[in-house]
Design a binder for this molecule. Structure first.
Ligand SMILES: CCCCCCCCCCCCC/C=C/C(=O)SCCNC(=O)CCNC(=O)[C@H](O)C(C)(C)COP(=O)(O)OP(=O)(O)OC[C@H]1O[C@@H](n2cnc3c(N)ncnc32)[C@H](O)[C@@H]1OP(=O)(O)O
Length: 701
């Protein structure tokens, strides 16, 4: 787990060996400790270099160990022993030095970095703080303001930035281990006292108190308190403070949720379908040229995302005015992104056309035209005639039937959904929707393309709304019912925002436009105007709220029309409208507390998530959690809806759903679904065991 060799006569080389990221597991810590002792005891050795195998220094503490009882030698004394060594120890940083990996490097006397390496203390993103001396050493090395920034944001820095900040001593374009060995030879015998970071004074900075106060308001308080200890206390007392603060975070629900989500994002890459296709047996095809059809907001974002991923893009829009506007808008988006990154936009990777024929040579086509089945059907028939027979034809539909579109083409096994989220160039989530006939190669290709675009791709089966929007429908519906029963948009949004959503459900609807859902409901035969009496609130034998439809009939489409659930100018209309609506339907308003808002909106969404698992639309709870955190603003520190259900307790979720179902028997989705009931009956196993309980047919259509 840590290999020890002697190189260049007098340099002890310690290589961390724990693929894939050389995480500091118990075995690695033991190995490093033993190797350091060996190097220090070896008369021939004058200096030591620590590196990681396979071009990666160290990805930090082994996160998988956090939920378990700690075994093996602790990290902090091991780093102290390195720093206290009487022979110079040099860290050779390649790839990444993150978290405990950077803290290990900070315990060394010198740091040499390869120019492509990235360094950082991302513990805050896992609900922790850098408790292996990071909060004490980094401020001493680079000063409080820069250290606070790195520790409280978790941002990684490049090697060049690390050199400028003073984290590393040298950056090289050559083999960092070779350079570090030469460097180690050159510093043999030199005094080490001022190379021990823990013995340095924190560099003075003006007005530290106001800096800490300002930081306290913005970020994780524990990180700020730990860095404050570095600035105000001797090193040993600072370390005690760091440890005590870490202890308060270590077992917290927030830390567990963030660590779960770290692995969930990676688990979704190991996709499988009920038909037996799998990530490790399906080979993606290379995609070099992609065509985007339809250059509205989504099409423009997708074009930018593809171009930024290095693909050559053919952007097609048949309406001349829209094409001219899109060309300008895409150029602007690419320019702004390049400015943000400090690069120049790559010209020439996008060609524009008003002819579908321009897509003829593309490896893959993504249509992003108007959300209307007839329009898309026609387009898929045309694409099937125009494009190469082996081209993948993808739809960006957010809810339409992918199998039906596939049936319009000559090669249905090459048809898929690629459901992007707005703004497509920025949002991390991509739902890859496979149809009944999609080939494993097609799924693997779309999943890989998502990854190339820097997205987290989740494989999802074909059903109405796929996974994300199918769950969203139940959530929105409960929010409407709550308004009928006496709640206000402000009250519902407040409860959800206090829970952690960036935006409550009504604010979110106003932003994305109420007319989008209205159009879908009209196409489904749900939105009907002019109905009165009890039939106005029932559709297909179930409770239905026409509130969203009525707002649209009043031209309240959300922010785009200046009015929606909120008034963007003084206007008491909405509350009067709700009062009149309730009176018309004989609904007695009641006081609804935050707990009911949260339970009805979130538990019904979770229940639909269990139904989606049971229907085998996705392979595991991690898929749903990745979709909700990355695509729908579910608070990351709560892990995702399925992880939240696990934390709340499945029994409680089922009980509360049952309670609300008894109060609202006309809402069938409030009844706990079969999988949830089976899990409760089998003793509510932890989330990583749910997959075992999932079985049954997958298609919903
Ligand atoms: C009771 C109270 C006690 C209190 C006691 C207080 C004292 C405690 C002292 C302990 C102090 C510890 C302080 C240190 C903390 C940490 O270091 S936390 C970890 C910080 N590090 C990170 O967050 C880095 C996470 N990893 C990454 O960002 C990336 O993986 C990478 C290193 C940049 C590499 O990226 P890439 O090449 O894209 O690979 P991935 O696909 O992301 O990962 C490959 C697989 O490796 C797994 N993995 C990655 N990092 C870790 C890790 N640190 N631990 C375990 N596993 C890791 C990753 O999950 C992938 O595997 P799969 O999930 O199987 O796909």
């Amino acid at each position: 787990m840590a290999q020890y060799t002697r190189v260049s006569g007098s340099v002890g080389l310690i290589t961390l060996q724990n693929p894939p990221v050389n995480a500091l597991s118990a075995a690695v810590r033991l190995g490093i400790g033993e190797a350091v002792q060996r190097a220090l005891g070896d008369q021939e050795v004058q200096s030591v270099v620590i590196c990681g195998q396979n071009g990666l220094f160290c990805g930090g503490a082994d996160i998988r160990e956090f939920g378990k009882e700690m075994t093996g030698p602790p990290l902090v004394p091991m780093i102290h022993a390195i720093e206290a060594a009487t022979k110079p120890v040099v860290a050779a940083i390649e790839g990444s030095a993150l978290g405990g990996g950077l803290e290990l490097a900070l315990g060394c006397h010198y740091r040499i970095s390869h120019c492509k390496a990235r360094l950082g203390l991302p513990e805050v993103t896992l609900g922790l703080l850098p408790a292996a001396g990071g909060t004490q050493r980094l401020p001493r090395l680079i000063g409080v303001p820069a250290a606070l920034n790195l520790i409280t944001t978790g941002h990684h820095v490049t090697a060049a930035e690390a050199l400028q900040l003073g984290i590393v001593d040298q950056v090289t374009e050559h083999n960092a281990v070779d350079v570090a060995v030469k460097f180690a030879l050159s510093v043999t015998g030199k005094p080490l006292h001022d190379r021990r970071v823990s013995s340095l004074e924190c560099p003075a900075a003006p007005d530290l108190d106001s800096l800490f106060e300002e930081a306290m308001l913005k970020v994780r308080v524990a990180c700020v308190q730990a860095v404050r200890a570095a600035a105000t206390l001797p090193y040993a007392r600072g370390m005690e403070r760091e440890k005590a603060l870490m202890a308060t975070l270590f077992g917290s629900g927030q830390a567990r949720a963030l660590q779960y989500f770290f692995f969930a994002q990676r688990a979704v890459g190991r996709w499988s379908t009920p038909g037996g296709a799998r990530w490790d047996t399906s080979q993606p095809r290379p995609v070099r040229t992609a065509a985007v059809i339809g250059l509205g907001t989504m099409g423009r974002g997708i074009t930018v995302a593809l171009a930024q991923a290095g693909l050559s893009v053919v952007a097609v829009e048949t309406q001349a005015k829209q094409l001219t506007e899109a060309r300008k808008a895409v150029a602007g988006m690419l320019k702004r992104a390049a400015v943000r990154r400090g690069t120049t936009p790559e010209p020439g990777s996008i060609t524009y056309s008003d002819q579908l024929q321009a897509a003829a040579r593309a490896d893959l086509v993504i249509e992003a035209v108007f959300e209307d089945m007839e329009v898309k059907e026609t387009l898929f028939r045309q694409l099937s005639a125009v494009c190469r027979p082996d081209a993948l034809l993808c739809t960006n539909t957010s809810s339409l039937d992918v199998d039906h579109l596939a049936s319009q083409t000559r090669h249905p096994h090459l048809v898929l959904g690629m459901h992007f989220f707005a703004p497509a160039q920025a949002m991390k989530l991509l739902e890859v929707v496979y149809g009944a006939r999609s080939s494993p190669t097609a799924v693997a290709t779309a999943m890989q393309l998502g990854k190339t675009m820097g997205k987290v791709s989740v494989a999802v089966g074909n059903c109405r709304g796929f996974a994300g929007n199918r769950m969203l429908k139940r959530y929105l519906e409960q929010a409407f019912f709550l308004l009928e029963e006496g709640a206000t948009p402000e009250g519902v949004d407040r409860a959800l925002e206090e829970f952690g959503f960036a935006m409550g459900v009504f604010r979110m609807s106003d932003l994305s436009g109420l007319d989008v859902g209205w159009r879908v409901r009209k196409a489904e035969g749900l939105a009907q105007s002019g109905l009165t009496g009890p039939s106005a609130r029932v559709r297909q034998g179930r409770r239905y709220s026409p509130l969203g439809d009525l707002l649209c009939e009043h031209q309240r489409f959300g922010q785009k029309s200046g009015r929606g659930w909120y008034q963007y100018e003084p206007d008491p209309w909405l509350h009067r409208f709700l009062e009149e609506y309730r009176a018309r339907h004989g609904l007695l308003p009641r006081r609804i507390d935050q707990q009911e808002v949260l339970e009805r909106c979130l538990f019904v969404l979770i229940n639909e998530g269990f139904q989606i698992l049971e229907d085998r639309i996705v392979a595991g709870p991690e898929d749903i959690d990745a979709i909700y955190v990355l695509g729908y603003g579910w608070p990351r520190h709560r892990g995702g809806p399925m992880f939240y259900a696990h934390m709340v307790g499945l029994e409680r979720v089922a009980q509360r759903l049952e309670h609300y179902h008894q109060a609202h028997p006309e809402v069938p989705y409030l009844q706990p679904c079969g999988l949830l009931r089976r899990l409760v009956a089998s003793g509510s196993p932890p989330i990583h065991r749910w997959r075992r309980a999932i079985a049954g047919p997958h298609s919903q259509l």
